[in-house]
Ligand binder design. Structure first.
Ligand code: APR
Ligand code: PHB
Length: 399
């Protein structure tokens, strides 16, 4: 049996696990990452690409933001469209200069993995954690399997950064937490295409045929999405039909959608999920292991990074001041932002997706919200500050 030992055993080499490992290294705390998949697989996995100001600031502090700042695109506003009428929400003016950066998650993963390895960090790919034991004691153990060989990682703390399907959450005692799930009656068909974006800032659109989003990756690559039914299939969506639908849903007077060869296509269901407790003994959940938000607010990766910041603060307090107090409050601290993001992601999802007949009561509520954005700077500001992400200090006030 392969035997490993470290201070913090991290399951999962996604954004949560890698960011945590780098935050810990800065404090002189040791960590080992176990990752189920191969390095190639993890780095090729296409996901959203919206980084909040908080996330970029953390990556700058960690010294891993060089490429992000060079190749990522800073956006100072976003377009919201309803029935082909488009308005812009200017973040800069409404949030005192905060903004977002568009940079693909797989690029983030490459930068973090490179930085972890370059500093001598240990990450075991194609290594699957199978069981977590003794997390109620001071020597928890993560049992794993690496290409048929069994092993155990003994550590002081376990960070389960192992995504929605991981073993971390399932290991929490059933009595320790409640789960909440909403499955939406629609999915996103997402594409990547070799074509210059037809917009400088993202466009979120409600249309009577359904939601559409125009995002981007670079000057030559566009990322776009359309709402489809949950039982829909990629076979029903030849490239021409996707472009036609996008042009209709995103369209507005005097604007044209540029089209080009599509090189990635996938369908993702929309879900909101969370657990009301993210820890038990010396086992801590972070990121998708504890919560999922629909991508309409662009919050997934940012929540994972905020979680591990709080977790790293707690671990630092333990190793440097010998107190477990900050760690004991981890769940409560992280959940404040999780709830905010759950609410905002649900709000954006229900505002822009077609849920009931065009013209129905539900539709009129959606339209009333859109009209309110146009007439009230206060409402637009609320959307802007949630979209760019509230600063960490905001959650420390009076809650
Ligand atoms: N053993 C080892 N690794 C595991 C195990 C296991 N038993 N189970 C899962 N993993 C790995 C997965 O292969 C994956 O690489 O854990 C990692 C979890 O990474 P993510 O799913 O990316 O989750 P997280 O790091 O929390 O990042 C959240 O990812 O889903 C997106 O939009 C979401 O941007 C958000 C971000
Ligand atoms: C993306 O660029 O993939 C993206 C951006 C914003 C979202 C969702 C996805 O809300």
């Amino acid at each position: 049996m392969k035997i490993l030992k470290t201070q913090v055993g991290i399951i999962g080499g996604g954004p949560a696990g890698l960011t945590l490992a780098l935050l810990l290294r800065r404090q002189g705390i040791e960590a080992i990452i176990l990752e189920n998949r191969s390095r190639e697989y993890v780095q090729a996995r296409v996901r959203a690409g919206l980084l909040e100001q908080n996330t970029v600031d953390i990556y700058k502090t960690l010294g891993v933001a060089d490429r992000l700042l060079k190749e990522g695109q800073q956006h100072h506003g976003v377009y919201l469209s309803f029935n082909q009428e488009r308005v812009r929400i200017p973040f800069g003016e409404l949030t005192g200069g905060r903004n977002i950066t568009i940079y693909g998650q797989q690029e983030v993963i490459k930068d973090l993995t490179d930085a972890w390895l370059a500093g001598g960090g240990e990450i075991y790919f194609e290594t699957s954690a199978t069981r977590i034991e003794d997390f109620e004691t001071s020597t928890p153990k993560i049992y794993f399997e690496q290409q048929g060989q069994a092993g155990v990682l003994t550590c002081d703390f376990v960070a389960a950064c192992d995504g929605f399907h991981g073993i971390g959450r399932k290991t929490l005692p059933a009595s320790a937490y409640q789960e909440y799930t909403i499955s939406y009656p629609f999915s996103w068909l997402g594409i990547l295409a070799h074509v210059a974006p037809s917009t400088h800032e993202l466009i979120y659109a409600y249309h009577e045929r359904g939601f559409a989003l125009h995002s981007l990756r670079s000057e030559k690559i566009s990322r776009l999405y359309i709402q489809v039914d949950n039982d829909d299939h990629l076979d029903n969506w030849p490239d021409d039909k996707i472009w036609q639908e996008l042009a209709l849903r995103l369209g507005t007077t005097g604007w044209e959608l540029k089209t080009g060869p599509i090189f990635e296509k996938s369908i993702t269901p929309m879900r909101s999920f969370f657990t009301d407790n993210m820890q038990a003994g010396r086992l801590f959940l972070a990121g998708d292991a504890a919560h999922i938000v629909p991508p309409t607010g662009g919050k997934g990766l940012n929540l994972a990074v905020a979680d591990v910041k709080h977790l790293a603060d707690g671990l630092q307090a333990y190793y440097q001041q010998n107190t477990l107090e900050t760690l004991a409050a981890y769940s409560a601290t992280a959940l404040k932002r999780v709830w905010r993001a759950q609410d905002f992601s649900h709000f954006m999802t229900t505002l822009f997706h077609k849920q009931a007949e065009h013209g129905s009561y539900q539709y009129q509520l959606q339209k009333a919200k859109f009209d309110y954005i146009k007439m009230s700077e206060a409402y637009a500001t609320s959307i802007a500050e949630n979209y760019v992400g509230l600063p960490f200090e905001a959650f420390e006030k009076n809650i």
